[in-house]
Design a protein around this ligand. Sequence first.
Ligand code: HEM
Length: 394
Amino acid sequence: MESPWKPFLRENMLDPYPMYKELRENDPIHQSRTGEWVITRYEDAKAILKDDRFIVGNRAEWLSKAATQHMDKWESFAVIIDALRSFLVFKNPPDHALLRKFIMQAWNSREVDQIINENIEKLFSTIDPSHFDVVSQLATPLPAMTMARIFGLPTSDYQYLEDLSHKMIQSLDLYLTFRQIKKMEDATKAFIAYFEKHAAIKLAKPDDGLLSRLIQLNKESKTIHHHELIANCFFLFISGEETTAGLIELGLYHLITNNKLNPGIQDTANTAIEEILRYDSPLQIVVRIASEDVELGKQKIVAGSAVTICLGAANRDPEKFQQPDELLLSRTPNHHLSFGSGVHRCLGDWLAKKEFELLLNYLGRYDSFKIAKEPVWKENMNMRSFQSFAISCE
Ligand code: HEM
């Protein structure tokens, strides 16, 4: 029988939910033609994410293999491979807990409202509300400007950092071409050079920004190698950029097309944002590797197998959510998996939600919203967002 798992089919990239439904109903623990397992039920997804027999795949080893296939004698991808090995999200216990605790110690301030509000004001000072592109004029720059300020970096650098993040985020794609790996390698080198330069500045003149706090903490505690610290600074930057942009884009799009961006939404923004995240998650897939043989339902997942967990499919599981295909903004409880679960659960969820909440507050000054130019989706199964889409606010 032909496998329903076709992540590269254009129609599935644009709307994966019918494919998820078919898998969830007929073969929820599905083995694809390439051998990896595809998980679409909520309970299975959550159980795997919380089960320490499933570890994060060594993305760096995997990339080394891809790189070797593509490599000619002039090319080596040592820099990106080394950076990926350092990223928090690709670490397993016990290193993972140590690094996560270290980052959390430095990143303990949630007083970001003022930064975000100033950034929103600044962006809208150059936007014509009667017609603007949400992606390029609002959703992409807002998280980059915010992360730059949180790190204590010059805000004027945000476009440069945003461009590098964009190249790096492809490391999450399921398969990579030579050109993509090359772009990622170049972006990694540029990121390292940038953060090294600013780390030296902060070392000489500490301040209250996140970069300075990470450096000071490591100077005192010597918890991690300097190159790991630098790699995780730009990993944090990347993590906070494309995903949050996705939330803003998907959020505004679904609210407007469902006629739900109404005055008063600000009063119940927290619940509404959780539902938007459930309904259409910016990050659709996370991958794990079975570290030993595991029985899952009637299937035996043998050690070493890759398991693709479809968060977007779990979030639409009718066993967990009533009327899962409806956007019900007052839905509670709403234990969606868009931020993952278990030890790797997102540590920037509060920031992404805060950016969208404050944006909704700002938009409260307008009465009506229309899609001014139909969206063009990015054709990427994992990161769900748009290339462009314009709205008008009156
Ligand atoms: C709507 C926006 C966001 C979504 C949908 C999202 C989603 C996720 C998911 C699903 C994971 C788990 C990955 C896994 O289990 O393999 C994760 C991890 C992570 N996220 Fe987010 N994220 C968002 C925003 C952010 C922001 C704003 C930051 C911070 C700047 C951030 C930082 C991280 C980090 C550092 C991890 C790795 C945690 C670990 O491995 O312990 N994320 N995110």
